[in-house]
Design a binder for this molecule. Structure first.
Ligand code: PMP
Length: 408
């Protein structure tokens, strides 16, 4: 009884405070400023924080983030609920189904990381590799370089196969390296955004099985734009990001592990180096471990998950095949227009071009930084230069699912 009265009194007080705050005059910030003159803090509030947030509109034609359609923005603006509320679990269950569709997999161990594409990269490696184990990485742009560094940092014995940016590794070359280095994991980027390449994947999963190696594929820049079939292509671990062809804000990253990958990661001798990215905990948080209770591990990005769910819902409504076709069609239009202007595309073979990211060879006598600055200043358009090994070689222009790029 006593407790109930206390609760009621507390609720009334909170209500009264809310009404009082809502009645404050527009010039309210002045009063706190006067109060602060007498306060004990020695660091004053920064001037910038007393000004309103300003965000310009930009055409985001770099390789990510992409412009976010209003429907997805609106989903992210919904009221926050608790990260452990049953409704949130339902939304996470929906996200898992949406990812299974987007990846074309039936894997139970499918989740979205609280973090960007790098979180998924680190999660994949930290969980499936133990210090001292051999890892093989295909490097033909920045993403292989990055994965090799992540694996090296956690103590793996890293071997790299290197090609110039945009180069293709043949299945024969891959098999030779698998036989030589006997890695527990082989990494390949499907959509190499720093080169604009869609690397063929067929047959590599089978080779990895033959050599008892897990096959890890990065589709951060390609998922939804270029076909990938996780189960059919025998990919053991697949990840992507939210902010590219999925058109959601950055900050969440779908990832999926098949049975082979689970066998390896849940039978480790050592604990993964990261607590936040430990799949033993994350699988429980996502309700994948068969336990009756989903326990607190970390506070997931609630708004980010709302947006991700909406972007996966749009993909499901549109259909994967239509999304692939649409990207291909829009990219074809851009490629033709660029070639008609006399601009050379970096990836010469049309079939190997990434439909979501188009790269051009910087024309003779032009400074790529000046070109990008010009586009931004005069057209409000973001394009980017190459990254890592392709810096200075190419300019990268991302393609969006919902906006046709009309270049001028
Ligand atoms: N892989 C690829 C192919 C990418 O294009 C990117 C982002 N440009 C990443 C990984 C890293 O993703 P994030 O920036 O979201 O961490």
């Amino acid at each position: 009884m006593m407790q109930r009265t206390l609760f009621r009194r507390g609720a009334l007080l909170a209500q009264k405070a809310a009404v009082e705050v809502s009645l404050l005059p527009m010039s309210a910030p002045l009063q706190p400023r006067l109060d602060r003159a007498m306060s004990s803090v020695t660091i004053p509030p920064p001037e910038c924080m007393l000004r309103p947030l300003e965000v310009p509109f930009r055409y985001l034609f770099g390789p990510g983030p992409s412009n976010v359609p209003p429907r997805i923005l609106a989903a992210g603006g919904r009221a926050i609920i608790g990260h452990l509320h049953p409704e949130m679990y339902e939304i996470m269950n929906d996200i898992k189904k949406g990812i299974q569709y987007a990846f074309q997999t039936q894997n139970n161990m499918t989740i979205a990381m609280s973090g960007s594409g790098h979180a998924a990269m680190e999660c994949a490696i930290f969980n499936t590799v133990e210090p001292g184990e051999s890892v093989l990485v295909a490097v033909n742009g920045i993403w292989g370089e990055r994965v090799a560094e992540i694996a090296e940092r956690m103590g793996a014995n890293v071997h790299i196969m290197v090609k110039a940016p945009g180069g293709i590794f043949s299945n024969e070359e891959i098999e030779k390296a698998l036989a030589k280095h006997k890695p527990v994991l082989f990494f390949l980027t499907h959509g190499e955004s720093s080169a604009g390449l869609a690397h063929p994947v067929d047959g590599i999963g089978d080779l990895c099985r033959k050599h008892n190696t897990l096959f890890l594929v990065d589709t951060v820049a390609s998922l939804g734009a270029s076909p990938i079939f996780m189960d059919q292509q025998n990919i053991d671990i697949l990840y992507t990001g939210s902010q590219k062809a999925l058109n959601a804000p950055p900050g969440t990253a779908p990832i999926s592990f098949n049975e082979r990958a689970c066998q390896k990661m849940f039978n480790r001798k050592t604990k993964p180096v990261s607590y936040l990215f430990d799949m033993a905990h994350l699988s429980n948080y996502w309700g994948n471990d068969g336990q009756p209770a989903r326990l607190y591990h970390h506070t997931g990005p609630v708004s980010g998950f709302f947006s991700l769910r909406e972007s996966l819902a749009i993909l499901a409504e549109k259909g994967l095949e239509e999304s692939w076709r649409h990207h291909r069609e829009v990219a074809g239009y851009l490629w033709k227009g660029l070639e008609d202007m006399g601009i050379k595309l970096f990836i010469q073979n049309k079939d190997l071009r990434l439909p979501s990211v188009t790269t051009i060879v910087i024309p003779e006598g032009y400074n790529w930084r000046e070109m990008l600055q010009y586009m931004m200043k005069h057209h409000n358009m973001e394009m980017t230069g190459g990254l890592g090994p392709s810096t200075g070689m190419v300019s990268v222009r991302g393609m969006l699912k919902f906006y046709l790029i009309a270049y001028t």
